[in-house]
Ligand binder design. Structure first.
Ligand code: KIV
Length: 288
């Protein structure tokens, strides 16, 4: 039985931009999008109502990001977020979602201790409704990725600006700018791909480097502030809806501008990612 035949009617009414019913996303379908050259649209979701809205608007993948620590909880970084909080938000998003691929972040401190800890934390997120877990960093993470993949847990890796390492990186700054740093990122991506990571988020890296890594990576790359030549894009929902106050990074576009509703804004984002008009490298990209 498919998810669409069992899905209850939306308690939020019929959205004006609701896309045609679609089959639930699977890794197989996402890989087919990559093969077909169709860009993949991802956004963060932290609650059931926005998960439902994003799914209705045609977003391919929902990310229960630990950015919720900053966006929902008002912290200055993602570091205070706990596994219990990620489990709670993943459960909420899973209840609202019908067809999008659901990824949940392993928060800081929930996988750095040991392989056993990483497996137990990932199991908790998968039991909460995630279909894939995401973890940050390269090098030391490759064996962890292999251990998770061998146990049937799909993994999304995350390289470049990895917010859980903000203090080690000296702030939210572009990564991989010099040749040595770029080579390290290329090597880490290759190791993560070989370890079985099916997806890789590239955050705040020059667009040429993201394009190189995307061409070599066996799975799907998703960029944020990494230019237009990754296989897909992700943004923090509250940034692209202009809910976030204060200055926003250059890679963010305000999709609420001119949109009659949040649903329309999210739908425009999906279309812009798919037709390649977002990101515009001249406006939203970074060079080395
Ligand atoms: O936590 C998060 O929302 C993320 C994305 C910004 C990629 O990791």
């Amino acid at each position: 039985m498919t998810a669409e035949s069992t899905a209850p009617p939306s308690p939020y009414g019929t959205p004006s931009r609701e896309t045609a019913p679609r089959k639930p996303q699977t890794l197989h379908r996402l890989r087919a999008l990559r093969e077909a050259g169709e860009k993949i649209a991802m956004l963060t979701a932290y609650d059931a109502a926005s998960a439902r809205l994003l799914d209705d608007a045609g977003v391919d993948c929902l990310l229960v990001g630990d950015s919720l620590g900053m966006v929902m909880q008002g912290h200055a970084s993602t570091l205070p977020v706990t596994l219990e909080q990620m489990v709670y938000h993943t459960q909420c998003v899973a209840r609202g979602n019908r067809t999008a691929w659901l990824i949940a972040d392993l928060p800081f401190g929930s996988y750095q201790g040991s392989t056993e800890q990483a497996i137990a934390s990932s199991v908790a997120l998968m039991q909460a409704g995630a279909q894939m877990i995401k973890l940050e960093g390269g090098g030391w993470t490759a064996p962890l990725v292999r251990a998770l993949v061998e146990r049937g847990i799909p993994v999304c890796a995350h390289l470049g600006l990895t917010p859980q390492s903000v203090h080690a990186l000296g702030g939210y700054r572009i990564q991989g700018r010099d040749a040595q740093a770029a080579d390290t990122l290329r090597q880490h991506a290759a190791e993560l791909g070989a370890a079985g990571a099916a997806m890789l988020v590239l955050e705040l890296v020059p667009s040429d480097l993201a394009a190189d890594i995307s061409a070599a990576f066996p799975g799907i790359t998703i960029g944020i502030g990494a230019g237009s030549r990754t296989h897909g894009q992700v943004l923090v929902l509250h940034d692209m809806l202009d809910i976030t106050r204060g200055p926003k990074p250059r890679f963010v576009r305000n999709f609420m501008e001119g949109a009659p509703s949040m649903l329309d804004a999210v739908h425009s984002y999906v279309l812009a990612v798919k037709d390649g008009s977002f990101p515009d490298d001249a406006l939203h990209g970074y060079t080395a």
